[in-house]
Design a protein around this ligand. Structure first.
Ligand SMILES: [Zn+2]
Length: 288
């Protein structure tokens, strides 16, 4: 499942292919993905120019402009969604693949295909481009890579919380876009036991604890490193097959059950536990 860094990489890949181009035709090969398509989706967007593509949490925000109005298409990749870019020349030879649900035809001949076998992804219009108040987005917490997400914010949201810190960090109202993989990686690097109560992030006086001031920059670093790694693969990857956003990161905790802990001098192995139905990977010697 793509998390924030993968979605950011997709955004960076789509941007040069789409920005400033006009949408000639929007092909919808079904009536829905996770949600029904807006009934007037194609008619609303066709003829408009793609002014920009932004990201909020794990949502892509495609801004379509015309002289008359502005619309924002909110996109989510779900479990298996992917965009593939076909240049003018490549598009001539493109063969329709199973699960190609949406195709964006641009005025320079570029075709951008959205393929999603499991169909947990979606594309929905924000009313009059007002994506900030869309119900999917309005309650999301601060972006982790902005100054709005800092130790003071996390401490405030964690005061008196008895639930475990792992699930706490997955709560999108506290911080945007963190998922299972990067929470496991951040807790490993910060040497925090994922079963600890979230309240350890806050002192009795309501200030950030030492654990909190250590964790916040680690979360930022881990996400920034993954975005950097994704960006550096982008050119090669696009040349290979045009797919965006699915590249193999190397993780030190996530997915490594039974493997040796990578920390210096640690002789323990990574274990897996289940918290709220989701796997957590950690080193019981380093993270305590
Ligand atoms: Zn260890």
């Amino acid at each position: 499942m793509p998390e924030l860094p993968e979605v950011e990489t997709v955004r960076q890949g789509l941007l040069p292919a789409m920005k400033g181009k006009s949408l000639v035709k929007l092909e919808l090969n079904r009536k829905n993905l996770r949600f029904d398509f807006d009934s007037d989706l194609a008619a609303t967007l066709e003829g408009k120019q793609i002014a920009d593509i932004e990201r909020r949490s794990k949502y892509l925000l495609m801004h379509f402009h015309s002289v008359k109005d502005q619309q924002t298409l909110i996109g989510h990749l779900g479990m298996s969604g992917k965009f593939t870019i076909f240049s003018h020349n490549e598009a001539k030879m493109r063969e329709k693949q199973k699960h190609d649900h949406v195709v964006f035809y641009l005025d320079d001949g570029t075709e951008i295909v959205y393929n999603d076998p499991r169909r947990f992804g979606f594309l929905v219009l924000a009313d009059q481009g007002d994506w900030q108040s869309h119900k999917l987005i309005r309650d999301i917490g601060p972006e982790p890579l902005t100054d709005d997400f800092d130790a003071a914010h996390l401490a405030k949201k964690s005061a008196g919380k008895n639930g475990n810190i792992k699930n706490h960090l997955l709560n999108q109202k506290i911080v945007a876009g963190l998922g299972n993989i990067y929470v496991c990686e951040a807790l490993f690097r910060a040497k925090i036991d994922p079963t600890y109560p979230a309240g350890i992030l806050t002192t009795k006086a309501g200030k950030p604890s030492k654990v909190c001031t250590k964790l916040v920059p680690i979360i930022k670093d881990i996400l920034a490193e993954a975005i950097e790694a994704g960006g550096s693969t982008l050119n090669d990857y696009r040349q290979a097959d045009g797919n965006l956003g699915y590249f193999q990161h190397r993780f030190v905790a996530y997915g490594r059950e039974g493997d040796d802990c990578v920390s210096d001098k640690c002789k323990d192995k990574i274990i897996r536990i289940v918290q709220s139905g989701r796997s957590t990977f950690y080193c019981p010697s380093c993270q305590k």
